[in-house]
Write a protein that binds this ligand. Structure first.
Ligand code: ATP
Length: 902
């Protein structure tokens, strides 16, 4: 539709307008983009380009959610019954504790959510825009209506756009329409009544570019976009639940059921066998239930996970999905890309092979300083037509820019492989600006990993058209029929040169050209048939990162196999693989993978470490093969087509820097520095988090078990209760969320990366851990009883004996905290006290709380506690120290049996 009447324009739906009318209505020149004054004014008027936040549960609902837990139901029932029976103090304490627990849970959950939000906020989307004629990368939040946005495969569309240009553009609109198949886009206007899914000329915010390229003008931002208007949630559903927390929830429910069963049995025994008074019996059983319920457990586990994600974010690994934290700890294979992840991505062209000679190039970095050497002598024939033709292609069939910044440093924007080619051309005396002006680009086929080449169509001012081609040598050579000078292609010469360069670990590109009919202003994949003239090969070095070499060794020591899956040539890949310390005797190529059946691939996947010329489909098959062998696989990816592999992997890892939005959206983990060493650090952190959850449970469960054991024993033995229900609640409240939580800050065990990965199916409470828990329960029960009866025997009042018993439990827990800091390493060292400052701080706080419990009149009234004598304290501390030593003896026994983890 063509409608240039300004009044009508202002109200016409965007999808019915032509590109030029859209640009006119938004007052922007599509070739230049907006200028700063207009941007500032529009930003003021329309606000930032942010979608409204997903609706969250209001705080009061989240608070109520804290009570929605079978453990708490039991406590509430106990509290209310106690109230009905007129025991106001006990009821008040029970209900008060439930409330305190809910408040703490609420605050901690809020903190955990905020930590995760902050981490997600680090993944802010970017957009490529044209402003004042310059291509710029900006934060997507800074877009304003009228901005000209450039799109390419893998991008997430950052706002609603009216397309001005589209080339093979296909977009996945699942976020908006639920349809996961990509839809074609073009610049045509559509009818006014076209539905959202049919507006081909519009690209909507939040959708993903599956392939092709495009350019569009922003017509709506933030809440005004289609996705903003329908109120779709931003990002994924926030969840703090993971398979582990769900398993533990189930465990908590089982414990509750068991506790209820034991309570009923105890009630029956107390009534029929021991003949206890009903009220006394009831209060004792309430005490039992209250003691045994590990009400702090769900909160502690969630918080340990959330703290783990924060630590990882500080180490450049951003967790997008919480379950990844625990999967990371049991990863057995890491499949990694090569370029930029294992290597530095600092590319330098070092070799040029022409039809009749081979040259070495000196100089590093992007500065144009370096010479062309032949047989170690500076080459005198650098201006030969053949070399100039190759450099011309290197310069123009290229999207990167190399320029000097204000400080005089040479900087590159774009793909480093291409940057290396531009610097090569500079070293040969070519000038980028001149070249581009003399041979403007008319059309292009952009580089894509699957195609492995890129072609550009140029014309000069004399009316000649030529196509320049560069890419993987096998692909380019297959399209060449001649070589420089019109000679027939000498395939053997090029194959030998390719082999030489690749075995030196160089990334090799072939460059070619062809004359083009003057009436063709476009190139298409169909035009890519054998018609080109081979210009030569360029060998580029990209050395492995030093830290990647170290990280590979560390992972291998930790029983994790590293596999490199690269799009590069097999010989190059094997050479780099060897430098990295992989078993790179041979590299398996994508072509071979395609011929293997599932069983053969499983064997090959197991035995091979280097996979070359592999495409995203091969990655997918490799994951399936490795998983079928029982492996837990982490896989890296950055391209738009890597998304399925990232989803299929147990831990999908995307690159924050060079990765596409599509890959980031599909990943569990995003590396902000694109560095393999960061994955190794994240695996290490994943192991630490899992260990710390174990340690928290190892501390919390004996506390509950010990208290319950004390009460059970008293009832069954017909003895007075050493601790009352209210006192038990005090102990649980002050210890579980303090002591156990301090273990979340525990640093890594020294050998954390020296043992094999934990089996994914392994229960969190292993046999050794269960034994430790039972052992400590037995010690705690014995200690508490002993002190209680020792006090009674020396004539102390029941209240005093109980106060001593409560303090014994807490002191035992305090000592035990320092046992738990290491699974089996002995604790008789200074580091035990100083290694975890949070633990030390919490321990001191607890001492203060116990003094208040024992001496503060209000608390004395509430808990019926009394002051203790020095001899009582001495006994209690001695008993706690005894427990510490006995646990250390168990550790020594485990060490002798070569057990180093529980
Ligand atoms: P990895 O998967 O480890 O990142 P890679 O970066 O080497 O590997 P691709 O980017 O898919 O893999 O490149 C595959 C091949 O395509 C390269 O070996 C090179 O020959 C060629 N190639 C890479 N970049 C370009 C480019 N910009 N233009 C033309 N050809 C390229």
């Amino acid at each position: 539709m063509k409608d240039t009447d300004p009044a009508a324009l202002a109200t016409t739906p965007w999808h019915t307008l032509s590109p030029s009318d859209t640009a006119a209505r938004l007052a922007v020149d599509p070739a230049l983009g907006l200028a700063p004054p207009a941007i500032a004014e529009r930003r003021q008027r329309h606000g930032p380009n942010r979608l409204p936040e997903a609706k969250r549960r209001p705080p009061w609902l989240r608070f109520l959610g804290q009570f929605h837990n079978p453990l708490i139901y039991v406590l509430l029932a106990a509290g209310l019954t106690t109230l009905a029976l007129g025991h106001l103090v006990d009821a008040g304490v029970i209900l008060g504790v439930v409330l305190i627990n809910a408040v703490i849970g609420h605050i901690q959950e809020g903190k955990a959510e905020r930590a995760l939000d902050a981490v997600r906020g680090m993944l802010a989307a970017h957009a490529t825009v044209l402003r004042q004629g310059e291509r710029q990368q900006i934060d997507a939040g800074d877009l304003v209506p009228g901005d000209v946005v450039l799109l390419e495969a893998g991008d997430k569309v950052p706002a609603d756009l009216r397309l001005l240009q589209a080339r093979n553009l296909r977009v996945v609109e699942a976020a908006l329409t639920g349809e996961s198949a990509p839809v074609d886009k073009d610049t045509a206007a559509t009818a006014a009544d076209a539905g959202v899914g049919d507006r081909r000329g519009l690209c909507h915010s939040g959708t993903l570019v599956a392939c092709g390229t495009g350019c569009g003008v922003v017509v709506a931002t933030g809440a005004q976009t289609e996705i903003g208007r329908i109120g779709t949630l931003v990002g994924e559903v926030r969840t703090l639940a993971t398979p582990l927390t769900r398993r533990l929830d189930r465990f908590a429910r089982q414990i509750t059921a068991a506790i209820l069963a034991v309570s009923v049995l105890t009630m029956a025994w107390g009534h029929f066998v021991a003949g206890m008074a009903p009220l006394e019996l009831f209060l004792a059983v309430v005490g039992l239930a209250v003691a045994a319920i590990p009400e702090g457990m769900p909160a502690v586990v969630t918080i340990v996970l959330a703290i783990g994600t924060r630590v990882m974010a500080r180490k450049q690994a951003i967790v997008r999905r919480l379950p990844a934290v625990e999967s990371l700890g049991s990863v057995t294979v890491i499949c990694s890309d090569k370029t930029g992840t294992l290597t530095r991505n600092e590319m330098t062209a070092v070799r040029v092979v022409l039809a009749d000679r081979e040259l070495r190039i000196t100089g590093t970095g992007y500065a144009p300083n370096g010479s062309f050497l032949m047989n170690d002598q500076v080459c005198q024939t650098c201006d030969s037509a053949a070399l100039q033709a190759l450099l011309h292609c290197a310069l123009l069939c290229n999207d990167a820019r190399v320029h000097r910044d204000e400080t005089g440093e040479w900087r590159m924007t774009g793909d480093p492989t291409e940057g290396a080619l531009i610097t090569l051309a500079h070293k040969g005396g070519l000038d980028a600006a001149e070249g581009i002006q003399a041979h403007p680009r008319v059309d292009a086929i952009p580089f894509e990993s699957e195609r492995q080449y890129m072609a550009t169509l140029h014309h000069d001012h004399a009316g000649h058209h030529e196509v320049l081609l560069k890419g993987a040598p096998e692909r380019v050579l297959a399209l060449c029929t001649t070589q420089a000078g019109g000679q027939p292609l000498d395939a053997a010469h090029w194959a030998a040169a390719l082999e030489r360069a690749a075995s030196a670990g160089e990334r090799v590109l072939a460059l070619a050209r062809a004359d083009w009919p003057a009436d063709h202003a476009e190139i298409d994949i169909a035009d890519m048939r054998p018609r080109f003239e081979m210009l030569g090969l360029v060998g580029i070095i990209d050395p492995p990162r030093d830290e990647a070499i170290a990280a590979v060794a560390e992972c291998q020591q930790a029983g994790i196999r590293i596999k490199m899956i690269t799009g590069d040539h097999a010989v190059t890949a094997a050479a780099i693989g060897r430098q990295l310390g992989l078993q790179a005797g041979h590299a398996l190529t994508g072509d071979v993978i395609a011929t293997l059946d599932a069983a053969a691939l499983r064997r090959a996947a197991q035995d091979t470490d280097v996979f070359a010329r592999a495409s995203p489909e091969h990655k997918l098959r490799l994951i399936a093969a490795l998983q079928a062998e029982g492996h837990l696989v982490a896989m890296t990816g950055d391209g738009v087509n890597d998304a399925p592999a990232l989803k299929a992997a147990d831990v999908g890892v995307a690159m924050g820097g060079k990765g596409t939005d599509a890959a980031r959206e599909a990943a569990d983990l995003v590396l902000t520095d694109d560095n393999f060493a960061t994955i190794a650090r994240a695996v290490r952190e994943g192991r630490v988090v899992y260990d710390n959850i174990k340690k928290s449970l190892m501390h919390m469960l004996p506390t509950n078990g010990g208290e319950a054991g004390v009460i059970l024993l008293a009832i069954f033995a017909g003895l007075p209760l050493p601790v009352t229900a209210a006192q038990i609640l005090w102990v649980n409240t002050v210890t579980s969320v303090t002591l156990a939580l301090s273990l979340a800050f525990e640093p890594a065990e020294p050998g954390v990366m020296r043992h094999a990965p934990r089996s994914p199916g392994e229960s969190i409470i292993t046999r050794a851990l269960g034994t430790r828990i039972l052992y400590v329960i037995a010690l705690m029960v014995a200690a508490t009883f002993w002190v209680f009866h020792w006090e009674l025997a020396r004539g102390a009042a029941l209240e005093t004996a109980r106060t001593a018993a409560v303090n014994t439990i807490v002191v035992c827990e305090l000592f035990y905290l320092f046992n738990v800091r290491h699974f089996t390493r002995h604790a008789f060292r200074w580091e035990t006290l100083t290694g975890n400052r949070v633990a030390l701080g919490v321990a001191l706080l607890l001492v203060l709380l116990q003094l208040l419990f024992t001496y503060a009149p209000t608390l004395q009234q509430l808990f019926r506690s009394t002051p203790l004598s020095l001899s009582s304290w001495t006994m209690i501390v001695a008993i706690g120290a005894g427990l510490f030593v006995l646990v250390e003896l168990e550790k020594a026994w485990l060490r002798r049996s070569n057990v180093d983890r529980l």
